[in-house]
Design a protein around this ligand. Sequence first.
Ligand code: CS2
Length: 470
Amino acid sequence: MHLSALTLASLPADIHTPIYDRRRYAPGVVHLGLGAFHRAHQAMVFDQLLSTGDTRWGIHGVGMTRPDLVNQLKAQDGLYAVRIADGQGVKWQVPGALWRTSVATTERDTVVQAIAAPSTRWVTLTVTEKGYTPALAQLLLDGLRLRQQAGLSGITVASCDNLQGNGHKLQALVKAQISTHDTPTQDGDLLSWIGTHCAFPCSMVDRIVPAATPEVLAAASQALGLRDDASLSTEGFWEWVIEDRFADPSDAALLQSAGVRVTGDVHSYEEAKLRMLNGSHTAMALMGAVTGRPFIASCIGVPHIREFVVRLMGQEVAPHLSRSDWADYRTALIARFGNPYLKHSVHQIATDSSQKIPQRWPPSVLGQIAQGASFEHHALAAAVFVRYTLAVDESGQAYALNDPQAESLMALGTAQRTEPEACVRALLGREDLWGSALPQHAAWIARVTHWHQHILQHGVDHAVQQLTEA
Ligand code: CS2
């Protein structure tokens, strides 16, 4: 038997389950990008708010393209179990905030209507770095225009993707879309209505939530006594820092009561998280992919990789952060990376590296350059990225490059077997990855070339050892 509204009551007593009525009210939140992360992060915050008796936080979850997860969740009435596990212990919880589900590609009108529904107060987004397209902006605009025409209230539109200034980026995308597509009068009206009534706060979200593995699904059915095809595994740690900018200002206090940090300064949290957590993640993921280590925990468990990550953060990232408690943050991160319950696949994190690297590495490298300081760790990481584009690991196992730029990266990357230097130059010349300054920087290119040669000759581990023993 599956987990569902009908079987919920049969769960063991120690599993935390929703205590509120999930059928009587319309959702107040439309979430775009219904994946693992949202279900183990914001959906659990909204679950907590619903538990207080505030019925406005039910979610209409929208899968952007693939129907499989949405179908599984539909079959389970939007219910799924989350294993929260780390050094502090293991517990299971079934959040109940997901009330409706749709797929944007096949049910676009339903999604537009959901954004325009009178009960909707928030739209949250985790559509990944590559999801910020004109099509996304148009989807939002179609919903917002209906709200404006119906004389409804404005809403909070909160981007929760790993992008610096994510709220500003989303707002700019929506504005640009209005100017390109609407007629001048409509255009001005809608633009000023959005400006006056809607809010696009920046936000930083953090919780490690790997894609579920068969092991997690098996553990779920063991713990629940029911089959759950949508279960997830995560850590105890979570953080949501959001800019104090809401369509309904009273949401600030509510979110705070559920453990969310509401602040005027999201920026310092964003930059620390993107460059320390995500920057190290990308470096380890690429190292793991090339050396054949499957999980982040297997990488951080190797002393020289651990030392590499500690130094990358302390020597090259931290000096440019406005967050002063970075040393504690780093200690916590190292422990989180080592969480043995999180089988966080390096290939999952290496997915879309071309979209992730720009936020994660170049700001620190440029900061080091400006101070005349060393950027060896980032240079080595960049060299591993070049090696990664060969799509075969050091023991000869092929892997797929899952990236919107896969074709062009592999076309450039293949040349490293015969013309390694030209290949490094070509890959480092791409402004879409490195920005406009780094491709011109001779010392940067020279150091990446150095480490790349070392890697081709002696392997990634040897290079990392040499750097960390220096
Ligand atoms: C990871 C993130 O896949 C990735 O790119 O770096 O998903 C990371 O696990 C989260 O941002 C943690 O909050």
